[in-house]
Ligand binder design. Structure first.
Ligand code: KG4
Ligand code: ZN
Length: 375
């Protein structure tokens, strides 16, 4: 029997057979489906297989950190070329580990991200789907991050409040179900990950800045400098990190001019981290109070930050879900999982999808026609 869903049709999950009564106990259980997920939106090539019944079967990641480190940041053209080099071997490895010959569908990150890098994932996904005669699923990168805690043993139930903190986004989202997202607040300028990266660069740390800065901060005094927490006294739930970044820059210049920067680097890192984490935690608590959320999910690369985890856990009285750190940063598992939850959106591999910009709020629940990108 062919287990593939008809392209673009919702899967019949546990739906009772219709017809004359009495046969209420007859329930159709769909066979397990395996989704191959591909993540290539930035500087990590991630591949995974997620099974609709057994969960994550296998995942692998190739990080391009070494490739971009000499340039101090991601070079988009090099990122695309490396995805091309890494993707097929990783797919082979993961499919061998998952012991499958072909998946029911291939999900790929279709945006937002670096357009050339996204096109590698999209091209490979569509090519594989043509040869395997299976459907393709275009996944929103931030939806992948947002659903990543569902890879863990104690997945969050809906509804929940999500703090999405990555290199490109800082958002508070009220989540009522898959594709039912209300963005409550977002950054008006830099993303918090970007602020970590830029501050790290200012302190002479190696790319990627966030983890290096967090490491340096371990040896510093978080009370050494009082940096601003912009926006917190304004109404609403938006963020702003450019003022914090500028304040750190002015402090670094002052320390440099006095010839004491070297001794103070760890203190600057710790004080910056304290201000950034405090801003995130306070806004999250405000959002939880406004929406009466008793469950918070933290996702995205900055979600790997230990101080953020500790501080939120200490100050929020409800339940907090963090994906394990390797599923906070970019990975294929979250894309395979999001694909499995969006099987109803699977489409024939005829149109390649890749959008550098794609607002999260434009997503609809699975099976409902998605609004066009860039809305
Ligand atoms: O989600 P992600 O891997 O990629 C994007 O979608 O952007 O997030 C990457 C961001 C980078 O800015 C990186 O510096 C930051 O997450 N990051 C961290 C930590 N680990 C990664 N920031 C602070 N502390 C960390 N431990
Ligand atoms: Zn990401």
């Amino acid at each position: 029997m062919d287990i593939l869903p008809a392209a673009g049709r919702p899967l019949p999950v546990g739906r009772p057979l219709s017809g004359p009564s009495p046969a209420p106990t007859l329930v159709y259980h769909p066979p397990p489906m395996q989704v191959l997920g591909l993540e290539t939106s930035c500087d990590e090539t991630g591949v995974a297989v997620y099974d609709s019944e057994r969960g994550l079967l296998a995942h692998a990641l190739h990080s391009q950190v070494d490739l971009h480190a000499v340039y101090g940041g991601v070079v988009p053209e090099l990122a695309s070329r490396d995805h091309i080099r890494r993707l097929l071997p990783l797919i082979q490895k993961v499919m061998n580990e998952a012991e499958i010959e072909r998946p029911a569908a291939v999900a790929h990150t279709a945006g937002p991200g670096l357009i050339g890098a996204l096109m590698v994932g999209s091209g490979v996904a569509n090519g594989l789907c043509m040869s395997w005669q299976c459907p393709v699923i275009a996944v929103h990168h931030m939806e992948g991050h947002l659903l990543a805690p569902m890879l863990e043993d104690d997945p969050p139930g809906f509804p929940f409040l999500a703090l999405l903190v990555s290199g490109g986004h800082t958002m508070l989202v009220s989540v009522r179900g898959v594709g039912r997202y209300e963005v409550l607040g977002r950054t008006l300028d830099d993303a918090v990950g970007e602020a970590f990266d830029k501050t790290a660069k200012l302190l002479g740390l190696l790319y990627p800045g966030g983890p290096s800065l967090a490491r340096l901060a371990e040896d510093g005094d978080p009370e050494a400098f009082e940096f601003p927490r912009p926006m917190l006294h304004r109404p609403g739930l938006d963020f702003s990190f450019s003022g914090l970044k500028t304040a750190v820059m002015l402090q670094v210049r002052k320390l440099e001019a006095s010839g004491v920067l070297d001794q103070a680097r760890a203190d600057v890192a710790a004080s910056f981290q304290r201000a950034a984490v405090d801003t995130l935690v306070r806004r999250t608590l405000q959002a939880a109070e406004q929406t009466q959320a008793s469950r918070v999910v933290v996702a995205g690369g900055v979600g790997a930050n230990r101080r953020l985890r500790e501080e939120l856990a200490a100050r929020f009285s409800g339940v907090i879900h963090f994906p394990r750190p390797e599923f906070c940063t970019d990975n294929g598992a979250m894309i395979a999982l999001a694909g499995a939850l969006r099987l109803a959106d699977a489409a024939a591999p005829s149109v390649m999808r890749a959008s550098a910009r794609w607002p999260l709020a434009s997503l609809m629940p699975p099976g409902v026609a998605q609004r066009p990108d860039n809305e």
